[in-house]
Design a binder for this molecule. Structure first.
Ligand SMILES: Nc1nc2c(ncn2[C@@H]2O[C@H](COP(=O)(O)OP(=O)(O)OP(=O)(O)O)[C@@H](O)[C@H]2O)c(=O)[nH]1
Ligand SMILES: [Mg+2]
Length: 332
């Protein structure tokens, strides 16, 4: 890490130089030396970028769509960045898809990076907001987060974006799956991709119906905004400009209605909660392997204490003790 100091990296970041920005994100991801300083720098400068979450079933065409969007934005003189979360699809291995977006990024000057779901201290839920903030602070806008809409963590991550785009592929019954995963509620914009295939109009009608049903039963989408549905054939680029305009349109709606501030509020609340929980989880694990923890465990084993009472004793130790076991203090 002695090649460049944190100060030098931070000084270079506003130019959006990919290598510098990539280094900063790596340090934040690893929570290594300097991570706190970078996080402070980024947080103070963030808030300008429009954060776009793109999700949908494996193979729906998210990466192809993102590649098309990069081209549209580059033409408009914008400087987009993409975080592709867990591109290692069990079906495809991910490498090919990652490469596709990377090729698009070279052509468009965008910053593209993939993040694996494993190996992050504190998990993906913490790694993604940290990386998004670095990109925002470095002047990238929009910042896209692509995830496969399969797990709750992924849904939470894209749901925390300013604009959440759900991609469904024509003819796969994707709309019904997405509905089950709770994705209809968090989406601000729907894309029916693979419109060149049979069933595209059925997919659109299914979505329309489900949105109507949601409205009838009182589940207006979370932002009081009827989501638009855009048809695309991402492989040819057909309809992709429509997606870009719908994203801009939603951004305007957010700003004008005051929802952008509320989305920010929600994001911060979610992140502080997740980080606080992660800190406590770490401290519980440490305490349980310490002498005090062993005493409590032993008492519960001997039936001198109920497990509940042992847990209360452990929690009380954590509350009473100075916080010397948090990641901030043992990073070394
Ligand atoms: N016919 C057709 N094929 C498409 C279209 N868009 C994408 N594809 C193809 O669908 C496959 C999957 O596309 P991706 O963009 O990698 O899908 P993804 O949603 O990013 O997939 P994961 O990241 O694995 O979840 C590729 O073979 C694409 O070429 C489209 O509009 N029409
Ligand atoms: Mg993909």
């Amino acid at each position: 890490m002695r090649a460049e100091s944190i100060e030098e990296l931070l000084a270079g970041a506003p130019s959006g130089e990919r290598r510098v920005v990539g280094r900063l994100i790596s340090i934040v991801e690893r929570d290594g030396d300097g991570a706190e300083e970078i996080a402070e720098w980024a947080h103070a400068r963030s808030g300008r970028a429009h954060i776009v979450g793109i999700t949908g079933a494996p193979g729906a065409g998210k990466s192809t769509l993102v590649g098309g969007l990069l081209a549209v934005w580059a033409k408009a003189g914008r400087r987009p960045a993409v975080l592709a979360v867990d591109p290692t699809s069990p079906l495809t291995g991910g490498a090919i898809l990652g490469d596709r977006v990377r090729m698009d990024s070279v052509a468009t000057g965008a910053f593209v990076r993939s993040m694996a779901t494993r190996g992050h201290r504190g998990g993906l839920a913490l790694a993604v907001p940290g990386a998004v903030r670095v990109l925002d602070a470095a002047g990238f806008d929009p910042v896209v987060v692509e995830t496969t809409g399969v797990g709750q963590v992924e849904v939470d991550i894209v749901g925390a974006a300013d604009t959440t785009v759900l991609v469904v592929a024509a003819g796969w019954g994707d709309a019904v799956q997405a509905s089950k995963a709770g994705l209809l509620e968090v989406a601000d914009l729907f894309v029916v991709n693979k419109a060149d295939r049979h069933g595209a109009h059925d997919a659109r009608r299914d979505l329309d119906l489900m949105l109507d049903l949601g409205r009838v039963s009182g589940h207006e989408d979370r932002r009081g905004h009827r989501p638009e549905i855009v048809m695309t054939t991402s492989t040819t680029g057909h309809g992709v400009e429509g997606v870009a305009s719908a994203i801009d349109e939603h951004r305007r709606h957010l700003v004008e209605s005051g929802e952008r501030a509320r989305a920010y509020h929600r994001r911060i609340a979610l992140e502080v909660r997740d980080r606080a929980q992660a800190l406590l989880v770490t401290r519980v694990a440490k305490l349980l392997s310490s002498e005090d923890g062993r005493v409590a465990l032993d008492a519960a084993e001997r039936r001198a204490m109920t497990p509940a009472a042992a847990a209360r004793a452990v929690a009380a130790r954590i509350i009473a003790a100075p916080d010397r076991t948090s990641p901030e203090h043992d990073r070394s």
